[in-house]
Design a binder for this molecule. Structure first.
Ligand code: SF4
Ligand code: SF4
Ligand code: FES
Length: 357
Protein backbone atom coordinates (compact mmCIF):
# COMPACT_ATOMS: atom_id res chain seq x y z
CA UNK A 1 0.00 0.00 0.00
CA UNK A 2 1.05 3.61 -0.56
CA UNK A 3 1.47 5.36 2.79
CA UNK A 4 1.66 9.12 3.22
CA UNK A 5 2.43 10.81 6.50
CA UNK A 6 3.90 13.99 7.93
CA UNK A 7 6.43 14.01 10.74
CA UNK A 8 7.40 16.91 12.99
CA UNK A 9 11.20 16.92 12.96
CA UNK A 10 13.01 18.71 15.77
CA UNK A 11 16.61 19.35 16.64
CA UNK A 12 17.11 20.41 20.26
CA UNK A 13 20.59 21.82 19.56
CA UNK A 14 19.60 24.21 16.79
CA UNK A 15 15.96 24.55 17.85
CA UNK A 16 14.94 23.89 14.22
CA UNK A 17 11.43 22.51 13.80
CA UNK A 18 9.93 21.37 10.53
CA UNK A 19 6.92 19.37 9.35
CA UNK A 20 8.22 17.02 6.65
CA UNK A 21 6.19 14.93 4.18
CA UNK A 22 6.95 11.27 3.54
CA UNK A 23 5.54 8.89 0.96
CA UNK A 24 6.47 5.22 0.67
CA UNK A 25 5.38 1.68 -0.19
CA UNK A 26 4.62 -0.47 2.85
CA UNK A 27 3.07 -3.94 3.29
CA UNK A 28 -0.62 -3.98 4.23
CA UNK A 29 0.13 -5.42 7.65
CA UNK A 30 2.43 -2.53 8.57
CA UNK A 31 1.91 -0.60 11.75
CA UNK A 32 3.20 2.95 12.23
CA UNK A 33 6.45 1.64 13.70
CA UNK A 34 7.09 -0.49 10.60
CA UNK A 35 6.54 2.60 8.45
CA UNK A 36 9.00 4.63 10.54
CA UNK A 37 11.54 1.81 10.19
CA UNK A 38 11.10 1.87 6.40
CA UNK A 39 11.55 5.63 6.29
CA UNK A 40 14.70 5.41 8.41
CA UNK A 41 16.05 2.53 6.34
CA UNK A 42 15.22 3.81 2.86
CA UNK A 43 14.77 7.58 2.99
CA UNK A 44 16.18 9.34 6.02
CA UNK A 45 18.58 7.72 8.47
CA UNK A 46 18.53 10.79 10.71
CA UNK A 47 14.91 10.26 11.85
CA UNK A 48 14.94 9.63 15.63
CA UNK A 49 12.34 7.59 17.56
CA UNK A 50 12.40 4.93 20.26
CA UNK A 51 11.42 1.29 19.89
CA UNK A 52 12.26 -2.11 21.23
CA UNK A 53 9.73 -4.94 21.56
CA UNK A 54 7.47 -4.10 18.57
CA UNK A 55 4.58 -5.79 20.41
CA UNK A 56 3.15 -3.31 22.94
CA UNK A 57 5.16 -4.60 25.86
CA UNK A 58 8.21 -2.41 26.39
CA UNK A 59 6.52 1.01 26.31
CA UNK A 60 9.30 2.60 24.22
CA UNK A 61 7.42 3.78 21.15
CA UNK A 62 5.02 6.35 22.63
CA UNK A 63 4.40 9.29 20.29
CA UNK A 64 1.49 11.32 18.96
CA UNK A 65 -0.58 10.70 15.86
CA UNK A 66 -2.81 13.63 14.92
CA UNK A 67 -2.32 15.04 18.39
CA UNK A 68 -3.24 11.97 20.44
CA UNK A 69 -0.74 9.77 22.23
CA UNK A 70 -0.36 6.26 20.82
CA UNK A 71 2.05 3.35 20.71
CA UNK A 72 3.54 3.27 17.21
CA UNK A 73 3.69 -0.53 17.26
CA UNK A 74 -0.05 -0.75 18.02
CA UNK A 75 -1.33 1.61 15.34
CA UNK A 76 -2.14 -0.21 12.11
CA UNK A 77 -1.79 1.90 8.98
CA UNK A 78 -4.17 0.06 6.63
CA UNK A 79 -7.44 1.63 7.90
CA UNK A 80 -5.79 5.05 7.81
CA UNK A 81 -4.57 4.57 4.24
CA UNK A 82 -8.01 3.25 3.21
CA UNK A 83 -9.57 6.48 4.49
CA UNK A 84 -7.11 8.49 2.43
CA UNK A 85 -5.93 10.19 5.59
CA UNK A 86 -2.42 11.64 5.95
CA UNK A 87 -1.60 11.49 9.68
CA UNK A 88 0.71 13.95 11.43
CA UNK A 89 3.25 12.28 13.73
CA UNK A 90 4.87 14.22 16.57
CA UNK A 91 6.60 13.70 19.90
CA UNK A 92 4.62 13.12 23.10
CA UNK A 93 3.50 16.15 25.12
CA UNK A 94 4.42 17.30 28.64
CA UNK A 95 7.99 16.07 28.26
CA UNK A 96 10.90 17.97 26.67
CA UNK A 97 11.76 16.84 23.14
CA UNK A 98 15.32 15.58 22.67
CA UNK A 99 15.10 14.96 18.92
CA UNK A 100 12.23 14.37 16.49
CA UNK A 101 9.98 11.82 18.25
CA UNK A 102 12.23 11.16 21.25
CA UNK A 103 11.34 12.84 24.55
CA UNK A 104 13.32 13.18 27.76
CA UNK A 105 11.70 10.70 30.17
CA UNK A 106 13.76 11.76 33.21
CA UNK A 107 10.90 13.73 34.86
CA UNK A 108 8.64 10.73 34.26
CA UNK A 109 11.03 8.29 35.92
CA UNK A 110 11.74 10.55 38.89
CA UNK A 111 8.01 10.62 39.69
CA UNK A 112 7.77 6.85 39.34
CA UNK A 113 10.71 6.53 41.77
CA UNK A 114 8.98 8.83 44.25
CA UNK A 115 6.12 6.30 44.45
CA UNK A 116 8.60 3.76 45.85
CA UNK A 117 7.57 1.16 43.27
CA UNK A 118 8.48 -1.90 45.27
CA UNK A 119 6.76 -3.96 47.95
CA UNK A 120 7.36 -3.00 51.57
CA UNK A 121 6.46 -6.31 53.28
CA UNK A 122 7.06 -4.97 56.79
CA UNK A 123 9.29 -7.83 57.94
CA UNK A 124 12.94 -8.73 57.50
CA UNK A 125 12.96 -12.45 58.21
CA UNK A 126 12.74 -14.97 55.40
CA UNK A 127 9.32 -16.66 55.41
CA UNK A 128 9.27 -20.45 55.67
CA UNK A 129 6.83 -20.67 52.81
CA UNK A 130 5.57 -18.39 50.11
CA UNK A 131 2.81 -15.96 50.93
CA UNK A 132 -0.33 -16.84 48.98
CA UNK A 133 -2.33 -14.00 47.46
CA UNK A 134 -5.80 -14.92 46.26
CA UNK A 135 -7.07 -14.14 42.77
CA UNK A 136 -9.67 -11.85 44.31
CA UNK A 137 -6.97 -9.87 46.09
CA UNK A 138 -4.95 -9.51 42.90
CA UNK A 139 -8.06 -8.43 40.98
CA UNK A 140 -7.95 -5.18 42.94
CA UNK A 141 -4.72 -4.16 41.22
CA UNK A 142 -4.77 -6.16 38.02
CA UNK A 143 -5.32 -3.16 35.75
CA UNK A 144 -2.63 -1.03 37.40
CA UNK A 145 -0.19 -3.92 37.06
CA UNK A 146 -0.62 -3.78 33.27
CA UNK A 147 1.22 -0.46 32.99
CA UNK A 148 4.18 -0.58 30.59
CA UNK A 149 5.30 2.95 31.53
CA UNK A 150 5.04 4.30 28.01
CA UNK A 151 4.13 7.82 29.15
CA UNK A 152 1.11 8.18 26.82
CA UNK A 153 -1.12 9.19 29.75
CA UNK A 154 1.42 11.76 30.98
CA UNK A 155 1.61 13.18 27.46
CA UNK A 156 -2.11 13.97 27.56
CA UNK A 157 -2.52 15.05 31.18
CA UNK A 158 -4.20 18.44 31.49
CA UNK A 159 -3.15 18.92 35.08
CA UNK A 160 0.53 18.37 34.23
CA UNK A 161 0.28 20.94 31.51
CA UNK A 162 -0.49 23.62 34.11
CA UNK A 163 1.62 22.09 36.91
CA UNK A 164 4.61 20.03 35.71
CA UNK A 165 5.21 19.02 39.34
CA UNK A 166 1.89 17.12 39.49
CA UNK A 167 2.74 13.47 40.19
CA UNK A 168 0.76 12.50 37.12
CA UNK A 169 -1.36 9.53 36.03
CA UNK A 170 1.39 6.95 35.44
CA UNK A 171 3.10 7.49 38.80
CA UNK A 172 -0.18 7.51 40.71
CA UNK A 173 -1.37 4.35 38.97
CA UNK A 174 1.93 2.79 40.02
CA UNK A 175 1.28 4.07 43.55
CA UNK A 176 -2.08 2.31 43.71
CA UNK A 177 -0.52 -0.88 42.38
CA UNK A 178 1.29 -1.04 45.76
CA UNK A 179 -1.31 0.58 48.03
CA UNK A 180 -3.80 -2.02 46.79
CA UNK A 181 -1.42 -4.97 47.21
CA UNK A 182 -2.30 -6.94 50.33
CA UNK A 183 1.38 -7.86 50.82
CA UNK A 184 2.43 -4.23 51.20
CA UNK A 185 2.60 -2.88 54.75
CA UNK A 186 3.37 0.75 53.91
CA UNK A 187 0.06 1.86 52.43
CA UNK A 188 -0.59 4.52 55.08
CA UNK A 189 2.84 6.11 54.56
CA UNK A 190 2.30 5.90 50.83
CA UNK A 191 -1.14 7.54 51.05
CA UNK A 192 0.26 10.30 53.27
CA UNK A 193 2.90 10.97 50.63
CA UNK A 194 0.53 10.84 47.66
CA UNK A 195 -1.74 13.35 49.45
CA UNK A 196 1.04 15.96 49.39
CA UNK A 197 1.04 19.11 47.29
CA UNK A 198 0.99 18.12 43.57
CA UNK A 199 -0.58 14.80 44.61
CA UNK A 200 -3.82 12.94 43.95
CA UNK A 201 -6.20 15.83 44.59
CA UNK A 202 -4.61 17.97 41.85
CA UNK A 203 -6.06 15.71 39.17
CA UNK A 204 -8.72 17.62 37.21
CA UNK A 205 -10.64 14.43 36.38
CA UNK A 206 -10.50 15.11 32.64
CA UNK A 207 -10.19 11.34 32.00
CA UNK A 208 -7.79 11.88 29.09
CA UNK A 209 -5.38 9.41 30.68
CA UNK A 210 -8.05 6.70 30.67
CA UNK A 211 -8.91 7.58 27.10
CA UNK A 212 -5.33 7.39 25.83
CA UNK A 213 -3.75 4.58 27.83
CA UNK A 214 -2.98 1.85 25.27
CA UNK A 215 -3.00 -0.89 27.91
CA UNK A 216 -6.33 -0.23 29.62
CA UNK A 217 -4.75 0.74 32.93
CA UNK A 218 -7.29 3.55 33.46
CA UNK A 219 -5.00 5.70 35.61
CA UNK A 220 -7.80 8.11 36.56
CA UNK A 221 -9.62 5.19 38.19
CA UNK A 222 -6.44 4.39 40.13
CA UNK A 223 -6.33 8.01 41.34
CA UNK A 224 -9.98 7.74 42.40
CA UNK A 225 -9.11 4.60 44.36
CA UNK A 226 -6.21 6.38 46.07
CA UNK A 227 -8.59 9.20 46.99
CA UNK A 228 -11.18 6.79 48.36
CA UNK A 229 -8.54 4.90 50.36
CA UNK A 230 -7.19 8.18 51.77
CA UNK A 231 -10.62 9.29 52.98
CA UNK A 232 -11.28 5.83 54.41
CA UNK A 233 -8.02 6.05 56.39
CA UNK A 234 -8.86 9.55 57.64
CA UNK A 235 -6.20 11.25 55.48
CA UNK A 236 -8.38 14.17 54.48
CA UNK A 237 -6.27 17.29 55.05
CA UNK A 238 -6.42 18.33 51.39
CA UNK A 239 -9.30 20.50 50.19
CA UNK A 240 -9.97 17.94 47.49
CA UNK A 241 -10.63 15.26 50.11
CA UNK A 242 -12.88 17.58 52.10
CA UNK A 243 -14.74 18.47 48.92
CA UNK A 244 -15.33 14.81 48.08
CA UNK A 245 -16.45 14.02 51.63
CA UNK A 246 -19.01 16.81 51.56
CA UNK A 247 -20.49 15.47 48.32
CA UNK A 248 -21.08 12.12 50.01
CA UNK A 249 -22.45 13.70 53.18
CA UNK A 250 -24.80 15.93 51.18
CA UNK A 251 -26.12 13.05 49.11
CA UNK A 252 -26.64 10.92 52.21
CA UNK A 253 -28.47 13.56 54.23
CA UNK A 254 -30.57 15.32 51.59
CA UNK A 255 -30.15 13.49 48.28
CA UNK A 256 -28.80 16.79 46.88
CA UNK A 257 -25.50 18.60 46.85
CA UNK A 258 -25.75 21.24 49.60
CA UNK A 259 -23.76 23.79 47.63
CA UNK A 260 -24.12 26.69 50.05
CA UNK A 261 -22.18 24.76 52.66
CA UNK A 262 -19.60 23.48 50.18
CA UNK A 263 -17.16 26.38 50.61
CA UNK A 264 -17.01 26.37 54.44
CA UNK A 265 -16.85 22.56 54.52
CA UNK A 266 -14.10 22.47 51.88
CA UNK A 267 -12.02 25.59 52.49
CA UNK A 268 -12.91 26.31 56.13
CA UNK A 269 -14.82 29.10 57.86
CA UNK A 270 -12.12 31.78 57.45
CA UNK A 271 -11.92 31.29 53.68
CA UNK A 272 -15.72 31.23 53.50
CA UNK A 273 -15.97 34.55 55.36
CA UNK A 274 -13.52 36.08 52.88
CA UNK A 275 -15.91 35.07 50.10
CA UNK A 276 -18.87 36.86 51.73
CA UNK A 277 -19.00 39.66 49.15
CA UNK A 278 -19.01 37.16 46.30
CA UNK A 279 -21.70 35.10 48.09
CA UNK A 280 -23.92 38.18 48.57
CA UNK A 281 -23.58 38.90 44.84
CA UNK A 282 -24.68 35.35 44.06
CA UNK A 283 -27.54 35.54 46.57
CA UNK A 284 -28.84 38.74 44.94
CA UNK A 285 -29.09 36.85 41.66
CA UNK A 286 -30.95 34.02 43.38
CA UNK A 287 -28.00 31.63 43.01
CA UNK A 288 -27.66 30.73 46.69
CA UNK A 289 -30.42 28.58 48.10
CA UNK A 290 -30.92 29.19 51.85
CA UNK A 291 -29.09 26.44 53.75
CA UNK A 292 -31.78 26.23 56.44
CA UNK A 293 -33.96 24.30 56.23
CA UNK A 294 -32.03 22.16 53.72
CA UNK A 295 -33.97 21.03 50.69
CA UNK A 296 -34.49 17.29 51.00
CA UNK A 297 -35.19 15.20 47.89
CA UNK A 298 -38.44 13.25 47.84
CA UNK A 299 -36.68 9.89 47.47
CA UNK A 300 -33.79 10.62 49.79
CA UNK A 301 -34.36 7.17 51.32
CA UNK A 302 -32.83 5.59 48.22
CA UNK A 303 -29.72 7.69 48.54
CA UNK A 304 -29.39 6.74 52.22
CA UNK A 305 -30.00 3.07 51.45
CA UNK A 306 -27.20 3.13 48.88
CA UNK A 307 -24.82 4.62 51.42
CA UNK A 308 -25.83 1.97 53.93
CA UNK A 309 -25.22 -0.75 51.35
CA UNK A 310 -21.70 0.56 50.74
CA UNK A 311 -21.04 0.31 54.48
CA UNK A 312 -22.57 -3.16 54.84
CA UNK A 313 -20.64 -4.54 51.89
CA UNK A 314 -17.39 -3.01 53.14
CA UNK A 315 -17.03 -1.11 49.88
CA UNK A 316 -15.69 2.08 51.34
CA UNK A 317 -12.31 2.95 49.93
CA UNK A 318 -10.96 1.42 46.72
CA UNK A 319 -13.42 -1.48 46.93
CA UNK A 320 -16.18 0.95 46.01
CA UNK A 321 -14.64 1.69 42.62
CA UNK A 322 -15.76 -0.81 40.01
CA UNK A 323 -12.86 -2.88 38.71
CA UNK A 324 -13.71 -4.44 35.40
CA UNK A 325 -11.81 -6.10 32.65
CA UNK A 326 -13.01 -4.01 29.74
CA UNK A 327 -9.64 -2.29 29.81
CA UNK A 328 -8.01 -5.54 28.76
CA UNK A 329 -10.09 -5.59 25.59
CA UNK A 330 -8.42 -2.35 24.53
CA UNK A 331 -5.16 -4.19 24.11
CA UNK A 332 -6.59 -6.13 21.21
CA UNK A 333 -5.80 -5.16 17.65
CA UNK A 334 -8.87 -4.24 15.64
CA UNK A 335 -9.28 -2.56 12.30
CA UNK A 336 -10.62 0.43 14.22
CA UNK A 337 -7.21 0.92 15.77
CA UNK A 338 -7.29 -1.34 18.79
CA UNK A 339 -10.18 0.03 20.84
CA UNK A 340 -13.17 -2.20 21.51
CA UNK A 341 -15.18 0.02 23.82
CA UNK A 342 -18.37 -2.00 23.47
CA UNK A 343 -16.82 -5.00 25.21
CA UNK A 344 -18.77 -5.84 28.39
CA UNK A 345 -17.35 -5.21 31.84
CA UNK A 346 -16.25 -8.55 33.27
CA UNK A 347 -14.84 -9.05 36.71
CA UNK A 348 -12.03 -11.60 36.57
CA UNK A 349 -13.19 -14.98 37.75
CA UNK A 350 -16.81 -14.32 36.81
CA UNK A 351 -18.69 -15.56 33.78
CA UNK A 352 -19.01 -12.90 31.04
CA UNK A 353 -22.60 -11.75 30.47
CA UNK A 354 -24.54 -13.88 27.97
CA UNK A 355 -25.23 -12.27 24.58
CA UNK A 356 -28.91 -11.30 24.15
CA UNK A 357 -31.18 -13.21 21.78
S1 SF4 B 1 -0.85 4.07 32.63
FE1 SF4 B 1 -1.07 3.42 30.50
S2 SF4 B 1 -0.50 5.23 29.31
FE2 SF4 B 1 0.24 5.55 31.37
S3 SF4 B 1 2.33 4.86 31.34
FE3 SF4 B 1 1.08 3.13 32.01
S4 SF4 B 1 0.59 1.99 30.15
FE4 SF4 B 1 1.35 3.99 29.50
S1 SF4 C 1 -7.80 12.55 34.73
FE1 SF4 C 1 -6.27 13.56 36.05
S2 SF4 C 1 -4.39 12.38 35.80
FE2 SF4 C 1 -5.76 11.81 34.13
S3 SF4 C 1 -5.15 13.14 32.44
FE3 SF4 C 1 -6.82 14.19 33.50
S4 SF4 C 1 -5.82 15.50 35.02
FE4 SF4 C 1 -4.28 14.04 34.32
S1 FES D 1 8.13 -1.00 20.59
FE1 FES D 1 7.69 -1.79 22.58
S2 FES D 1 5.73 -0.95 23.02
FE2 FES D 1 6.10 -0.35 20.96
Amino acid sequence: MEVKLKIWRYDAYSGDRELRDYELEAPEWACLLDVLDLIKDQQDGTLAYRKSCRMMICGSCGMRMDGRAILACKERMKPIVDRGHVPVISAMGNMPIVKDLVVDMDPFWSKIRRMKPWLEPGYDEVLERERIVSQQQMNAIQKEALCIMCGCCVSECNSMESDPEFFGPAALAKGFRFVGDTRDQASIERLEDYNDEHGIWDCTRCYFCNERCPKGVDPRDAIAKLGAESVKEGIDRDMGAKHAKWFVKSAETTGWLRETELVPKTQGIVAAVKQTKFAIGLAKKGKVPPPIPPHVAADVGESRALRQLVREQGREGAQGIIQGERGLARIEHTDAGGARRDAPEVTPGEEPPKAEG
